[in-house]
Design a binder for this molecule. Sequence first.
Ligand SMILES: Cc1cc2nc3c(=O)[nH]c(=O)nc-3n(C[C@H](O)[C@H](O)[C@H](O)COP(=O)(O)O)c2cc1C
Length: 219
Amino acid sequence: MIPHVNTLSPQHLLEQLRWRYATKQFDANKEIPADTWSAIEDSLVLTPSSFGLQPWHFVVITNQETKKALLPHSWNQTQVTDCSHFVVLSAKINPDEADVDEFLNRTIEVRGGDLESLQGYRDMMLGFMNKMSPEERLHWAKNQTYIALGQLMSTAATLGIDACPMEGIVPAEFDRILKLTEKGLTTSVACALGYRSVKDSYANASKVRFDKKDLISNL
Ligand SMILES: Cc1cc2nc3c(=O)[nH]c(=O)nc-3n(C[C@H](O)[C@H](O)[C@H](O)COP(=O)(O)O)c2cc1C
């Protein structure tokens, strides 16, 4: 067991979060090393979600042809083609009872126990989900993917990897190119990751944030 220690100082954390910015121009010649990328993928997997249901799938694209196919459906933002790894965060279109059971089976596989002892939890999750319309369920699933996006960006920044979160995309076209619809998935948001180009002037722009006192109330 790893002892609980503060491995990252508050100063170091803030240094990394101030260092990060939505990268507009990546250095197309730089690739994220395999061990670093592997840790980023593990971080995505570790993202928490409501009830733990993980109603998502993450598509990692390094193939240049696929990136090029997505470019015109990304407002021609060149981050898509110049980044090292392009991640499409997709949500389950209609999370249902089968997804709840898949999750419960996984819980039993990991923690032991049986379905009977999880019946109360099952009923609670289904009660929550059955109250929602299909549109609301999709909206809820997409909300979960934004938690993964936040985790992805913070993880990348902590590791000194640049990223650009991207909503400037056409989800329907992404779904078609990546064949997501037939898997019951739909594109929610994307994120390009890699290394900033020395030419990207945005790297030196001051952060525009409201004052802490206006954003946080300490009661
Ligand atoms: C969900 C989301 C979607 C975004 N979509 C885009 C995008 O498509 N293209 C882009 O250049 N920046 C995009 N951004 C970047 C924001 O404009 C940027 O994060 C914001 O202006 C704050 O600046 P900073 O990230 O550099 O601190 C997006 C950010 C978020 C969180």
